[in-house]
Design a protein around this ligand. Structure first.
Ligand SMILES: [Ca+2]
Length: 203
């Protein structure tokens, strides 16, 4: 027994980062959250999402800056800025199938972490999606889409977190804050605190 004491540490010193690599294979999301927490504490974490806290507005303060929206043909909901919730948030009401979107440059092989918060009422089903586009704007394979569900209290803020490995042929990633099934007047959701972080390459 005695001879093995401290062996773990020498391994770590000899092969810098090996412990993290093993952890990343076992629990990629946990390892990513740990990396983000360390970088946040060190002040080196850059949130690439633009207006992720929905503090900035356009269109006479009616709409969040830096975000676009898409809605299915049969869906006639509303997307508006809400100053009363979350210190500014992106609200969706009566949306059968639609989303807020924001596009970012990305290269194959890169890994990104994404996070967002959401509050819902009524029959709303909300999710955080990330999807990749080629340089010409066409979508890369559907099976490379990533969907992250919001978990937590339904009446309070729920949180979604996930990782995206950018697939071959991609030139952009698109963040989608998705709202569905808002059929009644009471159905609404608010999105806030969107984060997009480039993960450091494994060494
Ligand atoms: Ca906010």
């Amino acid at each position: 027994m005695k001879k093995t004491v401290g062996q773990g540490r020498r391994w770590e010193a000899a092969l810098s980062g090996v412990t993290r690599t093993i952890q990343a294979l076992r629990d990629p999301k946990g390892a990513a959250q740990e990396e983000l927490a360390e970088r946040r504490a060190a002040g080196t974490l850059k949130n690439l999402a633009r207006n992720g806290d929905f503090s900035a507005t356009v269109r006479d303060k009616q709409f969040p800056a830096e975000w676009n929206t898409w809605q299915d043909e049969g869906s006639k909901g509303r997307f508006v800025f809400d100053s009363a919730v979350g210190g500014g948030s992106a609200k969706a009401t009566q949306v059968k199938n639609g989303c807020y979107l924001q596009s970012h440059p990305a290269q194959p092989g890169e890994t990104y972490a994404l996070e967002a918060e959401c509050r819902t009422t009524g029959a709303t089903v909300a999710s955080l999606l990330v999807r990749c586009q080629r340089a010409d704007g066409s979508w890369v394979r559907w099976d490379s889409d990533a969907t992250f569900t919001f978990s937590g209290s339904r009446e309070q803020w729920a949180r979604a977190f996930g990782l995206l490995a950018v697939p071959d042929h991609a030139a952009k990633l698109v963040i989608l804050l998705n709202a569905e099934h808002q059929l009644s007047d009471g159905g609404a959701c608010w999105f806030d605190n969107v984060g997009l972080y480039r993960m450091e390459e494994a060494k």
